[in-house]
Unconditional design. Structure first.
Length: 188
């Protein structure tokens, strides 16, 4: 699926080239804008259905995702699996469970996100599930761009594609990248 998925990103214009500041604060030459890919509902159903298929071996009652990037992916994975989907959203700089969503004691969750580099928002979501008495059976993402620094979420971590995309700290940019104005295309 990795090559097919990359072709879909390129076909829809969702794989961007330039100088980008990722949500993690790292800089990159490439950016996966999943919203551009997922705006095509047939593609969203296909891609998220493939992710759901990779997760079927694990036990799940409910799908949860961090807003904003994970909402479409979580909704489509939940629909494909026939499971409820809820989400957490940012409030005062951190993710919180709102909108009347409830987590039951021992309820089993899949945490679903579009792209992971360091996994900070996924870990925050896992912490919220656990704080409310739920458990996380697996994490599923469309693109895992964590490379050698793959996060350990304490459960299976499934992706449709692993992309080794170079990232750089702001204080150690290659000269070619430093010459290009940085853009922060992700959600804030």
């Amino acid at each position: 699926m990795s090559e097919d998925l990359l072709a879909l990103f390129r076909k829809t214009g969702a794989l961007l080239d330039g100088h980008f500041i990722l949500r993690s604060g790292l800089h990159s030459r490439e950016y996966f804008q999943c919203a551009i890919l997922l705006q095509h509902t047939d593609i969203a159903a296909q891609v998220c259905g493939s992710l759901a298929d990779k997760l079927r071996e694990f036990d799940c009652d409910t799908v949860i995702s961090p807003a904003l990037g994970g909402i479409i992916v979580g909704q489509e994975v939940g629909r494909s699996l026939g499971k409820r989907h809820i989400f957490v959203k940012k409030e005062d700089g951190k993710l919180v469970l709102r909108r009347g969503f409830q987590i039951s004691l021992d309820e089993k969750f899949f945490v679903i996100e579009d792209v992971v580099t360091r996994g900070g928002r996924v870990q925050e979501t896992i912490n919220i599930v656990r704080a409310h008495g739920g458990t996380v059976s697996a994490v599923g993402v469309i693109v895992d761009r964590s490379g050698k620094t793959k996060p350990n979420f304490g459960c299976p971590f499934v992706s449709l594609a692993e992309m080794n995309v170079e990232t750089f700290p702001a204080d150690n940019l290659p000269s070619d990248l430093a010459k290009i104005p940085a853009v922060k295309p992700g959600s804030k």
